[in-house]
Every structure is written in structure tokens, then in C-alpha cells.
Design a protein around this ligand. Sequence first.
Ligand SMILES: NC(=O)c1ccc[n+]([C@@H]2O[C@H](COP(=O)([O-])OP(=O)(O)OC[C@H]3O[C@@H](n4cnc5c(N)ncnc54)[C@H](OP(=O)(O)O)[C@@H]3O)[C@@H](O)[C@H]2O)c1
Length: 292
Amino acid sequence: MRVMVTGAAGMLGADLSALLRSGHTVVAVDIADFDITDPVASAAAVRDSGAQAVIHCAAFTDVEKAETHGEAALAVNARGSRNIAAGCRKTGARLYLISTDFVFDGLKGSPYVESDRPNPLSQYGRSKLEGEQLARRELGEKLSVVRTAWLYGGSGENFLTKLLRFAARGNTVRVVDDQYGSPTWTVALAECLARMLKAGAASPLYHAACTGRCARFEMAREWFRLLDLDSIELEPVGSDTFPSAVSRPVDSTMAGDALEREGIGGLPPWREALGRFANNGGKELAKQILGG
Ligand SMILES: NC(=O)c1ccc[n+]([C@@H]2O[C@H](COP(=O)([O-])OP(=O)(O)OC[C@H]3O[C@@H](n4cnc5c(N)ncnc54)[C@H](OP(=O)(O)O)[C@@H]3O)[C@@H](O)[C@H]2O)c1
């Protein structure tokens, strides 16, 4: 199949493009190729790609910056997604739009499933939800929204690389223990997206995150344990230790049954995926950052 991947230079897009290349013709694009905020360029790029499916990973992902640059976040995440969807409408391509746990307010008290009602707390979350809605208006049933959460991977900055940078300074690493979610390895998500393509997944909405639930602190402890860095001092702290303009969901743990119900299969438990990452690039990444 010909598959277009937007945001292909980003954390998910890079791993996804690499993985899909073994079975598909991948048209990998990022901002150097065209800007998704440009409707004409977006439509032309989707058309010229000849893709039967587009996996839209490009996004304004800096949650802190989105809070103060709300219009810029909307331009990319909302109207940019609509532009990609409009391109797909003209060619008939199916669109898989990657979205986020930040569309939820985190107050449910149990894991979020596909039927739960979004209620974003942040500009980032609002812009991503509006992207889902605008793309739906363009494409209807040719759109599958794929919500994921707490991504980490081998390229780009993420929670795990930030932990290592703090550790490299030799100080105690303070990590919040009152925010819960579903840490998800980009490769585990990419493998799931590959299975979705193969199966012709066509439901309107999928939750696709590693299973289980943990606090940021627990994730940090497991990461350092896997790296044999138990000597690094970790201190659990409350979110109020790090004042932020962004309201984050307290517990955005993701679940859902669409992937299992359709025989596509969900993602592995978060500890298993983190272990696989540690042994597949994570340890090298840690050495680079820690200078070992
Ligand atoms: N990271 C997470 O924890 C997380 C959690 C849940 C869902 N998601 C979603 O998963 C997807 C992938 O996230 P990620 O962390 O892999 O993102 P990322 O690393 O920030 O990659 C996004 C890519 O999109 C590009 N881009 C930004 N604006 C663009 C524009 N106007 N036109 C074309 N390309 C543009 C970025 O380029 P620049 O770097 O030059 O801006 C970057 O290469 C996103 O949809 C995100 O919302 C992420």
C-alpha cells in the first residue's frame, strides 16, 4: 500500500515511517516538505503522494507553548488536520489522525474508553479535539481518530530524556507522583498502526496506548531500574512543585476495546514496552545523555 506519514521527522513519525517501509511504499513528509497550515499545499501533497492511507502525526506538541500560543496551536492541530482531511476527501484516502489523552479532563476515576466524552483542560487538548472534529466534518467515515498517550521513543525530547538530563546534572531527580497515565512506546504504537493498515481498520475512533496505569514517578523509577541506574536518587513530589500555566489531566489512563474487538490487537503492558525500549536503543540513548 502507498502510505503517507505526516510529521515523519517527529518522534512517532520517524519510528512509524521506518517500520512501515518493510511492507509499504511510504511517503514520509514533514514541515520541510510542506506546511499543513497551508490548505493548497496540503491538498497538493496528499494528491501527489498517491497514498491510499494517510497517517497524520504532524502536530504542535509543545503543551506549555500551546497554552500561551493558542492560535498557533489551533492553526496546526485544528485547521492543519482539517487541511489534511480535505486533501484525503479529494483523493479518497483513509485518514488515521493521531490524537491524545489530553482531550480528557482526567477526572473520570477509571480508564478512558472510546465512548467517553472529551473535556480538554488545556489549549493543546482543545486544539487536538477541534482537529478531530474538523477532520470528521471533512471526511466522515473515512476518518479514524487514533488517540494515544505519554509517548516516548528513540528520537526527540520526551519525559525519559528529560529525566536523564536532570540525572546528568547529578542532582536528586524530583518527579510528580500525582499524575497518572499510560506510557506508550512509539514503536509499540507504530506496530499497532501497521496492524490497523493491514486489517483495513475503519472505526471512527480507537484508543491505542500501552495497557496499565502508572504515576510519572513510577515510570521514572522503572526507567532507571531498567538502565541499572538505581543509584540515582528519585524524589516523589506533588504537581504543585512545578508551577505551570497548563492544567493537565490528573489521571488520563487510556483503555478501550475497539482494537481487541476488531481482532487487531491492542498494545502491550507499559512495563513490557519500556523494557523493550531500554533494550532497543534506550540504553544507548541513556549513555549518550549521561556521557558514559
Ligand atoms: N508526545 C506525546 O506524549 C503525545 C501523546 C499523545 C498524543 N500525541 C500525538 O502524537 C502525534 C505525534 O507526536 P510526537 O510527539 O511524535 O510529535 P513531534 O515529535 O513533535 O513531531 C511532530 C512533527 O510535526 C511537525 N510539524 C509541526 N508543525 C507542522 C506544520 N505546520 N506542518 C508540517 N509539519 C509540522 C514537527 O516539526 P517541528 O519539530 O519542526 O515543529 C514535527 O516534526 C501528535 O499528533 C501528538 O499530538 C503525542
